[in-house]
Design a protein around this ligand. Structure first.
Ligand SMILES: [Zn+2]
Length: 282
C-alpha cells in the first residue's frame, strides 16, 4: 500500500501519469494563444493594453502605468512582476514608449503599419525602431533599407540592430535581443540607447547636466496626465534611491552588527533558547 509508514513508496507509485510531451499542433495552438495574449494584455497588470504602451528589451508590450506602478511599489503591486520582467526593467530608462499608428475600425482603435495600413497584431511580424519608438510591419522596414535607415514617420536615423521585433515568436529573435542588450550594457547603454545611470558618469563630472535633460524628454512624450504625475513620482523616487543607496548600505551593515551584539549580550534571544532560561554561573 505505502504511505502508512510501513513501506517507502517509489516514485512510480507517487507520480500518477508521466508527463507527456506536447505535440506539434498543441505547441502551435499554445504559441498562438501566447501571441494573442501578449498583443492584447499587459503581462504585468493583466489588464488590456491601452495607450501609452511601452516595451522593454525583450520586445514585449506593457501599459506604461503598470511599469510605473512596478517601479514605485515592486512586488507589492504585481506579485509575479519579477517573473514577468526577469530583471529587464529597473528604471524608466529600460522601456521605450511605442508610437503606434492608429486606425479607427468599427469605433475601435486598431494599431496599423503607417506604410501598408495593415494591422499590427498577433500573427504578423511587427517591429519598432529605437530610439524613436515608431512601429511598422517588418516587411515595410526590410523593403526600404539595408543596414541603416531613417524612420519613415519622424526621420530619425536607426541601425539594423535597433529594429526590435514586437512580441517575438522565434527563439532566434529572442536570443538576438538578449545579445543586443548584453552588448549595449557593456557599452554602458540601455535598451533606449540612453546612458545607464551609475552616478559615476564621467560626463556628469565634467558638468554635463544629465539629470536636467532627462525629465524634459520624458515630459514631451507624455500625453496622459495621470501617467505624467506617476512618471514624475518615479523619476523623483529613482533620484532619491540613487542618493540614498550609499548611506543605506552602511546603515544596513551597522544594524546587522548591532543586533548581533545585542543578542550576544542578552544570551537568549535566538530561537533555540526562546522561552527557556539558560542557567548562568554566578
Ligand atoms: Zn520614428
Amino acid at each position: 500500500m505505502g504511505n502508512d509508514g510501513g513501506s517507502i513508496p517509489t516514485r512510480r507509485e507517487l507520480v500518477k501519469s508521466p508527463t507527456r510531451r506536447a505535440t506539434h499542433s498543441q505547441l502551435r495552438d499554445s504559441n498562438a494563444q501566447t501571441q494573442e495574449y501578449h498583443w492584447s494584455t499587459c503581462p504585468l497588470s493583466k489588464r488590456p493594453l491601452a495607450s501609452p504602451v511601452v516595451s522593454d528589451s525583450s520586445g514585449r508590450l506593457y501599459n506604461k502605468d503598470s511599469i510605473l506602478e512596478w517601479l514605485l511599489r515592486g512586488t507589492e503591486a504585481f506579485g509575479d512582476g519579477e517573473e514577468v520582467l526577469d530583471g529587464r526593467v529597473k528604471s524608466l530608462r529600460d522601456v521605450l514608449e511605442i508610437k503606434f499608428d492608429i486606425s479607427k475600425e468599427d469605433g475601435q482603435d486598431k494599431w496599423v503599419c503607417p506604410v501598408s495600413r495593415k494591422g499590427l497584431l498577433a500573427g504578423v511580424r511587427a517591429v519598432y525602431l529605437v530610439p524613436c519608438g515608431h512601429a511598422f510591419l517588418e516587411s515595410a522596414i526590410k523593403e526600404i533599407k539595408g543596414n541603416e535607415g531613417v524612420c519613415l514617420q519622424c526621420g530619425t536615423a536607426y541601425e539594423a540592430d535597433n529594429v526590435i521585433p514586437i512580441n517575438p515568436v522565434l527563439d532566434e529573435d529572442a536570443q538576438s535581443l538578449r545579445n543586443r542588450i548584453k552588448i549595449l550594457s557593456e557599452k554602458g547603454l540601455g535598451h533606449t540607447l540612453r546612458k545607464l545611470s551609475d552616478g559615476k558618469s564621467k560626463k556628469r563630472k565634467k558638468g554635463f547636466k544629465e539629470s536636467e535633460k532627462l525629465p524634459k524628454k520624458e515630459e514631451t512624450s507624455i500625453k496622459n496626465a495621470a501617467t505624467a504625475s506617476l512618471t514624475s513620482k518615479v523619476l523623483e523616487d529613482e533620484k532619491m534611491k540613487n542618493k540614498r543607496r550609499k548611506t543605506e548600505m552602511s546603515d544596513n551593515l551597522r544594524s546587522l552588527f548591532s543586533t548581533k551584539e545585542q543578542d550576544d549580550a542578552s544570551g537568549r534571544n535566538d530561537f533555540m533558547s526562546r522561552g527557556y532560561t539558560i542557567p548562568t554561573k554566578r
